[in-house]
Design a protein around this ligand. Structure first.
Ligand SMILES: O=C(O)C(=O)C[C@]1(C(=O)O)C=C[C@@H](O)C=C1
Length: 395
C-alpha cells in the first residue's frame, strides 16, 4: 500500500520535472531570440541591471508561494549563467561562420574520463557540430595534432587553483603558431575510485597522475601504508583499476570519469584544498573574431628590452589605456639564459579601441611581441541581489 502511494507521488514528481524541463527549454529559446535582437541592435549580452530586477521580483514571488529566497537566487543564477553562455556562444558562432564545423576534431590529454576529457565535453556541448575525441599522451602531441591538421581544436589545462600555472603548456605556447580561441574553468574534485564497494583501509595500491598525488598529499598521509603508482593520466589510472578487478586497488580521479570505467567513488573531496578548479584554454589554427557585445579576454606574449624598469614601462601602457590585466606569468626563454617571456591576460577585445592602442604601443617598445588570441570570457559572475538578505530576515 505504502509503495503504491510512493509510486503515485513519484509519478507526479516525474510529470512535474518534465514540465519544468519543457518550460526551461522554452525560456532558452526566448533567450536565443534575445541574442538575435542584441546582434541587430549592437547591445551587450550581459545586462546585470535587468538580472537584478528579475531576481528581486522572483525572490518576492517565490516567497509568496513558500520558496526560500536563497534557493530561488541559486536556481536563477544557474539559469542565467546558462543563458549568458549560450548567447555568447551563439554570437561567437555567428561572427565566425567559417569556424563552424559539422565535426569538431578535438585533441586533449588522456582518454575518456580524464579531467581534460570532461572539460572538452563541457566546452563543446554548447557548440554546434559533432565531437570527435582525440586522446593524447602529452601536451606536445596535443599541439602537434592541431598543427598537422589532424585535429581542429586542442583543449589544454593552463592553471589550477591548488598547483598554479602549468609551465609545460605555457612553454608550448611560446613556439606554436596556434591561436587561443576559448577558455573554460572546470571543478577538479578528486575521488577514491574502486571496482567494488570496499573500505579505504583495504587498499594496498593506488594509481593516479603525479599532479593528483601532489594535490591529495594530506589524504595519502592519512591513508598510511599504501603503494602509490604514478600514471600518465587520470584516465590511464582508471583503466588499470577497471582491468585489475581487484579489491585492494584504487584510482584517484573524478567521480564522473570513474563511472565511464564502472568504478565506484567511495570517498570524495580528497584534495588538500577544497576549492580545486582548473582553467583550460582552447586553441585552433585560425584566430576568431569576438563580437563586441561579448566580454573578451586577450592573451599576448612579449619579451622586453634588457633595461631597468622595462616591464614596468610596458605595464604602464595598460594603465594609461585603462586595461585590466587579469594574469601575468613569466617563463624562461629557451637558449637565452636569464631572459624571460611574459604572458599577459587582459580584459578586452583586440578590435576595441583602447586595447588596440595599447597593443600597438607595446609592439613598438618590446623586443618580441605576439598576440596568442582574443576569446570570449567564460566566467559569468553571479549578479548579487542586495535585497536577498533583508528578504530572508523577514521570512
Ligand atoms: O534580458 C536579456 O537581455 C537577456 O539576455 C536574458 C537574460 C536572462 O536569461 O534572463 C540573460 C542575460 C542578461 O544578462 C539578462 C537576462
Amino acid at each position: 500500500m505504502a509503495t503504491n502511494e510512493l509510486e503515485e507521488l513519484r509519478k507526479a514528481i516525474t510529470d512535474t520535472d518534465n514540465q519544468l524541463l519543457n518550460i526551461i527549454a522554452g525560456r532558452q529559446k526566448l533567450t536565443m531570440q534575445v541574442a538575435q535582437t542584441k546582434v541587430k541592435h549592437h547591445i551587450p549580452v550581459r545586462d546585470q541591471v535587468r538580472e537584478e530586477q528579475l531576481l528581486v521580483r522572483l525572490i518576492k514571488q517565490g516567497q509568496a508561494v513558500g520558496l526560500d529566497p536563497h534557493f530561488v537566487t541559486k536556481l536563477f543564477h544557474v539559469i542565467i549563467e546558462d543563458s549568458v553562455l549560450n548567447q555568447q556562444s551563439m554570437l561567437a558562432q555567428w561572427a565566425n561562420p567559417g569556424a563552424q564545423l559539422p565535426l569538431n576534431r578535438v585533441a586533449f590529454l588522456g582518454e575518456k574520463g580524464s579531467y581534460s576529457y570532461l572539460a572538452t565535453q563541457k566546452y563543446f556541448a554548447r557548440r554546434s557540430g559533432e565531437l570527435m575525441e582525440i586522446g593524447c599522451q602529452s601536451f606536445a602531441e596535443i599541439i602537434q595534432k592541431v598543427e598537422s591538421n589532424e585535429a581542429d581544436f586542442a583543449v589544454l589545462p593552463i592553471e589550477n587553483t591548488s598547483s598554479g600555472s602549468i609551465n609545460e603548456v605555457y612553454d608550448q605556447l611560446q613556439h606554436t603558431r596556434l591561436n587561443i580561441v576559448g577558455e573554460l574553468t572546470h571543478p577538479i574534485n578528486h575521488a577514491l575510485l574502486v571496482h567494488n564497494d570496499i573500505e579505504p583501509g583495504k587498499i594496498q595500491t593506488l594509481y593516479a597522475h603525479p599532479q593528483v598525488f601532489a594535490q591529495c598529499s594530506h589524504f595519502l598521509a592519512d591513508l598510511g601504508n599504501v603503494e602509490v603508482k604514478p600514471c600518465d593520466s587520470t584516465s590511464a589510472a582508471m583503466l588499470i583499476v577497471n582491468e585489475l578487478q581487484s579489491d585492494t586497488v584504487a584510482a584517484i580521479g573524478s567521480q564522473a570519469g570513474g563511472k565511464l570505467y564502472n568504478l565506484r567513488a567511495i570517498k570524495s573531496n580528497l584534495a588538500n584544498q577544497k576549492e580545486n578548479h582548473s582553467r583550460f584554454i582552447v586553441v585552433a589554427s585560425q584566430p576568431i573574431k569576438v563580437p563586441l557585445q561579448v566580454p573578451a579576454k586577450t592573451t599576448v606574449i612579449m619579451s622586453t628590452v634588457q633595461t631597468p624598469g622595462a616591464l614596468v614601462d610596458a605595464l604602464l601602457v595598460l594603465k594609461e589605456n585603462n586595461i585590466n590585466m587579469t594574469k601575468l606569468e613569466s617563463r624562461p626563454i629557451n637558449g637565452n639564459p636569464w631572459e624571460e617571456m611574459f604572458y599577459l591576460d587582459m580584459q578586452g577585445n583586440i578590435e576595441d579601441g583602447p586595447l588596440q592602442k595599447a597593443i600597438d604601443t607595446l609592439r613598438g617598445m618590446t623586443r618580441y611581441f605576439k598576440v596568442l588570441g582574443c576569446y570570449p570570457v567564460e566566467e559569468v559572475s553571479p549578479t548579487k541581489v542586495a535585497a536577498v538578505n533583508a528578504l530572508t530576515k523577514g521570512s
